[in-house]
Design a protein around this ligand. Structure first.
Ligand SMILES: O=C[C@H](O)COP(=O)(O)O
Length: 251
Protein backbone atom coordinates (compact mmCIF):
# COMPACT_ATOMS: atom_id res chain seq x y z
CA UNK A 1 0.00 0.00 0.00
CA UNK A 2 1.60 3.29 -1.12
CA UNK A 3 1.00 6.36 1.06
CA UNK A 4 -0.05 9.30 -1.15
CA UNK A 5 2.27 12.32 -1.11
CA UNK A 6 1.06 15.85 -1.77
CA UNK A 7 4.08 18.11 -2.24
CA UNK A 8 4.44 21.80 -2.90
CA UNK A 9 7.33 23.04 -5.01
CA UNK A 10 7.50 26.75 -4.28
CA UNK A 11 10.15 27.46 -6.96
CA UNK A 12 11.60 30.99 -6.60
CA UNK A 13 8.80 32.32 -4.40
CA UNK A 14 8.49 33.40 -0.74
CA UNK A 15 10.94 34.79 1.79
CA UNK A 16 11.63 33.36 5.29
CA UNK A 17 8.87 35.42 6.93
CA UNK A 18 6.29 34.35 4.35
CA UNK A 19 7.49 30.77 4.82
CA UNK A 20 6.87 30.91 8.58
CA UNK A 21 3.44 32.50 8.04
CA UNK A 22 2.45 29.80 5.53
CA UNK A 23 3.51 26.91 7.78
CA UNK A 24 1.81 28.43 10.82
CA UNK A 25 -1.40 28.72 8.78
CA UNK A 26 -1.42 25.06 7.69
CA UNK A 27 0.40 23.03 10.31
CA UNK A 28 -2.51 22.24 12.62
CA UNK A 29 -4.87 21.38 9.77
CA UNK A 30 -2.82 18.80 7.89
CA UNK A 31 -3.91 15.18 7.41
CA UNK A 32 -2.12 12.48 9.40
CA UNK A 33 1.08 11.36 7.72
CA UNK A 34 -0.08 7.77 7.65
CA UNK A 35 -3.06 8.85 5.53
CA UNK A 36 -1.60 11.51 3.21
CA UNK A 37 2.02 12.62 3.47
CA UNK A 38 2.45 16.37 3.00
CA UNK A 39 5.63 18.15 2.00
CA UNK A 40 6.82 21.64 1.13
CA UNK A 41 9.98 22.06 -0.95
CA UNK A 42 11.28 25.59 -0.57
CA UNK A 43 14.17 27.72 -1.87
CA UNK A 44 17.44 27.09 0.03
CA UNK A 45 17.33 30.50 1.75
CA UNK A 46 13.91 29.66 3.27
CA UNK A 47 14.83 26.21 4.59
CA UNK A 48 15.83 27.24 8.16
CA UNK A 49 12.49 29.04 8.55
CA UNK A 50 10.60 26.09 7.02
CA UNK A 51 12.30 23.55 9.29
CA UNK A 52 11.77 25.64 12.41
CA UNK A 53 8.09 26.34 11.71
CA UNK A 54 7.30 22.72 10.72
CA UNK A 55 8.85 21.20 13.87
CA UNK A 56 6.48 18.84 15.66
CA UNK A 57 3.90 18.96 12.83
CA UNK A 58 2.95 16.44 10.13
CA UNK A 59 4.64 18.54 7.45
CA UNK A 60 7.74 17.12 5.76
CA UNK A 61 10.42 19.50 4.55
CA UNK A 62 12.26 19.42 1.25
CA UNK A 63 14.79 21.30 -0.87
CA UNK A 64 14.29 22.17 -4.54
CA UNK A 65 17.80 21.20 -5.58
CA UNK A 66 21.25 20.29 -4.29
CA UNK A 67 24.72 19.60 -5.62
CA UNK A 68 26.24 16.12 -5.92
CA UNK A 69 29.34 16.90 -3.85
CA UNK A 70 29.18 17.31 -0.08
CA UNK A 71 31.83 20.03 0.09
CA UNK A 72 34.62 21.74 -1.83
CA UNK A 73 35.24 24.61 -4.22
CA UNK A 74 31.77 24.78 -5.80
CA UNK A 75 30.73 28.41 -5.44
CA UNK A 76 27.01 28.91 -5.06
CA UNK A 77 26.03 25.26 -4.68
CA UNK A 78 24.05 23.59 -1.86
CA UNK A 79 25.58 20.63 0.00
CA UNK A 80 23.43 17.49 0.39
CA UNK A 81 25.38 16.71 3.57
CA UNK A 82 24.36 20.03 5.13
CA UNK A 83 20.74 19.62 3.98
CA UNK A 84 20.64 16.33 5.86
CA UNK A 85 22.24 17.87 8.95
CA UNK A 86 19.58 20.60 8.87
CA UNK A 87 16.77 18.00 8.90
CA UNK A 88 15.66 17.96 5.26
CA UNK A 89 13.68 14.85 4.21
CA UNK A 90 13.38 15.17 0.41
CA UNK A 91 15.23 16.89 -2.44
CA UNK A 92 13.72 17.53 -5.88
CA UNK A 93 16.05 16.65 -8.76
CA UNK A 94 15.69 16.82 -12.52
CA UNK A 95 12.92 19.41 -12.62
CA UNK A 96 12.42 20.52 -16.22
CA UNK A 97 13.25 24.10 -15.19
CA UNK A 98 16.68 22.89 -13.99
CA UNK A 99 17.17 20.70 -17.05
CA UNK A 100 16.16 23.56 -19.34
CA UNK A 101 17.43 26.82 -17.80
CA UNK A 102 20.46 25.37 -16.00
CA UNK A 103 21.44 22.69 -18.52
CA UNK A 104 21.38 19.81 -16.06
CA UNK A 105 22.00 16.47 -17.71
CA UNK A 106 20.80 12.99 -16.79
CA UNK A 107 24.37 12.28 -15.63
CA UNK A 108 24.24 15.21 -13.17
CA UNK A 109 20.81 14.11 -11.98
CA UNK A 110 22.00 10.54 -11.46
CA UNK A 111 24.95 11.79 -9.37
CA UNK A 112 22.60 13.97 -7.33
CA UNK A 113 20.29 10.99 -6.66
CA UNK A 114 23.26 9.00 -5.32
CA UNK A 115 24.47 11.92 -3.17
CA UNK A 116 20.98 12.40 -1.70
CA UNK A 117 20.72 8.72 -0.73
CA UNK A 118 24.27 8.77 0.65
CA UNK A 119 23.09 11.56 2.93
CA UNK A 120 19.99 9.72 4.15
CA UNK A 121 17.42 11.81 2.29
CA UNK A 122 15.04 10.83 -0.53
CA UNK A 123 15.06 12.24 -4.06
CA UNK A 124 11.95 13.30 -5.91
CA UNK A 125 13.03 12.65 -9.47
CA UNK A 126 11.19 14.71 -12.08
CA UNK A 127 10.77 13.56 -15.67
CA UNK A 128 8.55 14.60 -18.53
CA UNK A 129 8.37 15.42 -22.20
CA UNK A 130 7.96 18.61 -24.22
CA UNK A 131 4.88 19.28 -26.34
CA UNK A 132 6.94 18.64 -29.45
CA UNK A 133 7.98 15.18 -28.20
CA UNK A 134 4.39 14.36 -27.24
CA UNK A 135 3.04 15.45 -30.61
CA UNK A 136 5.67 13.29 -32.30
CA UNK A 137 4.22 10.30 -30.39
CA UNK A 138 7.48 9.80 -28.50
CA UNK A 139 6.52 10.77 -24.93
CA UNK A 140 6.82 7.26 -23.44
CA UNK A 141 10.08 6.52 -25.17
CA UNK A 142 11.56 9.87 -24.06
CA UNK A 143 10.53 9.52 -20.40
CA UNK A 144 11.71 5.90 -20.33
CA UNK A 145 15.14 7.14 -21.47
CA UNK A 146 15.23 9.73 -18.69
CA UNK A 147 14.27 7.17 -16.04
CA UNK A 148 16.85 4.62 -17.19
CA UNK A 149 19.66 7.20 -17.19
CA UNK A 150 18.64 8.88 -13.93
CA UNK A 151 18.28 5.62 -11.96
CA UNK A 152 21.49 4.01 -13.22
CA UNK A 153 23.37 2.25 -10.41
CA UNK A 154 20.68 2.83 -7.76
CA UNK A 155 19.75 -0.21 -5.67
CA UNK A 156 16.31 -1.81 -5.57
CA UNK A 157 15.93 -0.63 -2.00
CA UNK A 158 16.76 2.96 -2.93
CA UNK A 159 14.32 3.05 -5.84
CA UNK A 160 11.60 1.48 -3.66
CA UNK A 161 11.96 4.41 -1.27
CA UNK A 162 12.16 7.31 -3.69
CA UNK A 163 9.52 9.35 -5.46
CA UNK A 164 9.23 9.91 -9.20
CA UNK A 165 7.28 12.91 -10.47
CA UNK A 166 5.89 12.82 -14.00
CA UNK A 167 5.62 16.43 -15.14
CA UNK A 168 4.86 17.03 -18.82
CA UNK A 169 6.62 20.31 -19.61
CA UNK A 170 3.66 21.57 -21.60
CA UNK A 171 1.42 21.38 -18.51
CA UNK A 172 3.68 23.25 -16.06
CA UNK A 173 2.37 26.65 -15.03
CA UNK A 174 0.32 26.85 -18.22
CA UNK A 175 -3.09 26.02 -16.77
CA UNK A 176 -3.11 23.14 -19.30
CA UNK A 177 -3.39 19.96 -17.24
CA UNK A 178 -2.78 16.59 -18.79
CA UNK A 179 -6.08 14.74 -18.58
CA UNK A 180 -6.22 12.30 -15.69
CA UNK A 181 -6.11 9.50 -18.28
CA UNK A 182 -3.01 10.92 -20.00
CA UNK A 183 -1.29 11.29 -16.61
CA UNK A 184 -2.27 7.76 -15.60
CA UNK A 185 -1.04 6.31 -18.88
CA UNK A 186 2.41 7.87 -18.42
CA UNK A 187 2.64 7.02 -14.71
CA UNK A 188 1.76 3.39 -15.58
CA UNK A 189 4.50 3.43 -18.26
CA UNK A 190 7.01 4.76 -15.69
CA UNK A 191 6.03 1.98 -13.25
CA UNK A 192 6.53 -0.58 -16.02
CA UNK A 193 9.98 0.87 -16.77
CA UNK A 194 10.87 0.45 -13.07
CA UNK A 195 9.55 -3.14 -13.16
CA UNK A 196 11.68 -3.88 -16.23
CA UNK A 197 14.79 -2.33 -14.64
CA UNK A 198 14.24 -3.90 -11.20
CA UNK A 199 11.20 -6.08 -10.49
CA UNK A 200 7.48 -5.94 -9.71
CA UNK A 201 8.10 -5.50 -5.97
CA UNK A 202 10.14 -2.35 -6.52
CA UNK A 203 7.64 -1.05 -9.09
CA UNK A 204 4.84 -1.66 -6.65
CA UNK A 205 6.59 0.31 -3.90
CA UNK A 206 7.91 3.38 -5.74
CA UNK A 207 5.60 6.36 -5.44
CA UNK A 208 4.81 8.25 -8.64
CA UNK A 209 3.42 11.78 -8.58
CA UNK A 210 1.84 13.80 -11.34
CA UNK A 211 2.75 17.49 -11.65
CA UNK A 212 1.49 20.18 -14.02
CA UNK A 213 -1.35 22.60 -13.19
CA UNK A 214 -2.72 20.44 -10.36
CA UNK A 215 -5.26 22.45 -8.34
CA UNK A 216 -8.07 21.84 -5.85
CA UNK A 217 -10.56 21.51 -8.73
CA UNK A 218 -8.77 18.61 -10.45
CA UNK A 219 -6.77 16.90 -7.68
CA UNK A 220 -9.48 14.37 -6.76
CA UNK A 221 -9.81 13.02 -10.29
CA UNK A 222 -6.03 12.84 -10.77
CA UNK A 223 -5.54 11.09 -7.42
CA UNK A 224 -8.26 8.55 -8.26
CA UNK A 225 -5.95 6.90 -10.80
CA UNK A 226 -4.30 3.62 -9.91
CA UNK A 227 -0.72 4.58 -10.73
CA UNK A 228 -0.77 8.15 -9.41
CA UNK A 229 0.36 8.37 -5.80
CA UNK A 230 0.59 12.12 -5.36
CA UNK A 231 1.03 15.57 -6.80
CA UNK A 232 4.03 17.85 -7.18
CA UNK A 233 2.38 21.22 -7.19
CA UNK A 234 3.72 24.66 -8.02
CA UNK A 235 1.28 27.58 -8.23
CA UNK A 236 -1.58 26.02 -6.24
CA UNK A 237 0.75 25.19 -3.31
CA UNK A 238 1.66 28.83 -2.65
CA UNK A 239 -1.48 29.75 -0.69
CA UNK A 240 -2.33 27.99 2.60
CA UNK A 241 -6.04 27.50 1.74
CA UNK A 242 -5.29 25.96 -1.60
CA UNK A 243 -2.53 23.71 -0.18
CA UNK A 244 -4.88 22.49 2.55
CA UNK A 245 -7.58 21.69 -0.01
CA UNK A 246 -5.03 19.69 -2.02
CA UNK A 247 -3.80 17.87 1.10
CA UNK A 248 -7.41 17.00 2.02
CA UNK A 249 -8.37 15.79 -1.46
CA UNK A 250 -9.87 12.64 0.07
CA UNK A 251 -12.41 14.56 2.24
O1 LIG B 1 7.03 21.17 -9.66
C1 LIG B 1 5.91 21.58 -9.95
C2 LIG B 1 5.52 21.71 -11.31
O2 LIG B 1 6.46 22.37 -12.08
C3 LIG B 1 4.10 22.14 -11.55
O3 LIG B 1 3.91 23.53 -11.45
P1 LIG B 1 2.42 24.10 -11.57
O4 LIG B 1 1.61 23.35 -10.56
O5 LIG B 1 2.54 25.56 -11.24
O6 LIG B 1 1.98 23.82 -12.96
Amino acid sequence: MRTPIIAGNWKLNKNPQETTEFVNAVKNELPKNTDVETLICAPAVDLPALIEAAKGSELHVGAENCYFEDEGAYTGETSPKVLNEMGIDYVIIGHSERRGYFHETDKDINKKAKAIFANNMKPILCCGESLETREAGKAEEFVEGQIKADLEGLSADQVSNMVIAYEPIWAIGTGKTATADQAEEMCAAIRKTVADLYDETVADKVRIQYGGSVKPANVKEIMSKENIDGGLIGGAALQPDSFLQLAHYKD
